[in-house]
Design a binder for this molecule. Structure first.
Ligand SMILES: [Fe+2]
Length: 173
């Protein structure tokens, strides 16, 4: 994990977002979506050294963190893939560069899940969700280029290691 020093503009945007985390979940998610759209429209505000991966797999670079939210630049090497997982907190992400495949799953037990739908996310895509209900997904970079996404999670990175609540094995279909 690498700690980044974001530009003053990004810092101000994310500080405002952290304050809005005290509002209703719906108001907070709307603010998180708007903030991600603004960041994706002005990628020059991000320190480019924080948008570079380290080796294979998924590299996580912390951009901002408070007790309410943590914001990460995730760099996905070709072939990088999360486990099938759900979240214990709100989860918003936007794609800055490259493409990522997001697959949704239906849990069939506490340990296994089956794929239900699948979409390729392109730069500019933003998704926001609350942890209510079973919301299982997997994100993978199955393209030839590295991909970069910005994630805003409703957890304190100093208190918890990850936004993941539980991981699942893929059931044979
Ligand atoms: Fe996720």
């Amino acid at each position: 994990m690498v700690h980044a020093i974001p530009s003053a503009d990004i810092e101000a945007m994310l500080s405002d977002l952290a304050v809005s985390a005290r509002r209703t979940p719906e108001a907070y998610l709307a603010a998180a979506r708007a903030t991600l759209v603004r960041i994706l429209s002005r990628p020059e505000l991000l320190d480019p050294s924080r948008l570079v991966g380290r080796g294979e797999g998924l590299s996580r670079n912390l951009l901002f963190g408070t007790e309410a939210i943590s914001v990460w630049a995730m760099v996905w090497a070709p072939g990088a893939m999360t486990p099938v997982h759900d979240h214990h907190c709100s989860c918003c992400f936007g794609l800055l560069r490259g493409s990522l495949r997001e697959t949704w799953y239906r849990p069939i037990s506490d340990t296994h899940a089956m794929a239900t739908q699948d979409a390729v996310r392109e730069p500019g895509f933003v998704a926001c969700m609350l942890p209510t209900g079973p919301k299982l997904h997997r994100i993978a970079n199955d393209g030839p280029e590295a991909a970069v996404s910005i994630h805003v999670y409703g957890y304190d990175h100093r208190a918890q290691e990850t936004s993941i609540h539980r991981t699942y094995a893929v059931a044979a279909g």
